[in-house]
Unconditional design. Sequence first.
Length: 399
Amino acid sequence: MDPILLDWLSLFVRWAHVMLGIGWIGTSFFFIWLDMSLRANPNQPKGVAGESWMVHGGGFYHAQKYLVAPVALPKELHWFKYEAYYTWVTGFLMLVLVYYVQARTFLIDPRVLSLEPLQAIALSVGALAIGWFVYDRLCKSPLGRRTRWLGLAVFLLAVAVAFFFSRVFSGRAAFLHLGALLGTIMSANVFFVIIPNQKLVVADLLAGRRPNPALGEQAKQRSLHNNYLTLPVVLTMISSHYPALFEQPYAWLFAAAIIVGAGLVRHYHNLKDAGRSGNWIDWLLVYAAGIAISLVIVSMDLASRNRSAATAGAPVQLAEVVTVIQNRCVACHSATPSDGSFRGPPKGIAFDTPEEIERYAGQILRVAVETEAMPLANRTEMTPEERALVGRWALGGDH
């Protein structure tokens, strides 16, 4: 596919994905907040679980939630589903455009596992489907009635999947695929459980039957899961810009820590929305911040070790690294890339002249020495000795 056309398609699909995701996440956050904010009223109608008063945009709103369902349906009933469906569809299209069409560039890393594009794509699609199946079985098993144990099981599933992805795909693809799996679980919850259960409740009401309360409980459980998964999904979706997160041997443990930290933040907000108080609730944010700080410290330590190992020795002059950059980096980072995956230099960064190389010394140090994220999947086979040479120049050369 023509790289320029691919760029435009990726831009439009990514734009749609972000906009739809904002709508879906906003709806999810609002309804979880609404559920948590419900308060009992002595004068509320029979069958009502609680009510919530809101003010926004100059107007007042009054919402009530029924224990199961109202006696009769109103003429107009608003459904919330298409944001979830279209977010997943556009997300999968992004997966196709970036990681399937350009599998050798972004999905496969021979240093991790030597795969052919069709093999890698099959692993990707299969993992998404199997991951959802295992999660759904867990929820429908006896474990599904024990909230905390189910939460632990789902967490362990996510960690196991993160470990698997880190052993078959490139670092950035592994993190992205964890987010894709969690996003698939969230969308499938809406498509296979939440909306079908709501339709059964509506059908019972229209037929004059009393709806089964279990249907609402199942839908609420899946909706709550979606609420807690949202923050990790968003972070994994933007992770490709930050190689320090995924280009290191503990990437799958970083993913596990992120899920825990983000879950603590979400739990804090849910408890506050429910009107809970106490110092222990505030400590949830402290724990989350501690996890984040720990990740930063470990990441900086790993980068420092790589830098120290690669840069021991005398400083190097720019002229000594020009050949290395030309041989290992200019295939992509050039005004006229020889790599067919690119029509222009990625992010507009070109190394065609010594002046351009010198300009980006700090970034070269970060991605080629400290994280070894570049060249992509080390396609140009940059050696440790060459990385050391570049590192010594970047840290103490003539720039």
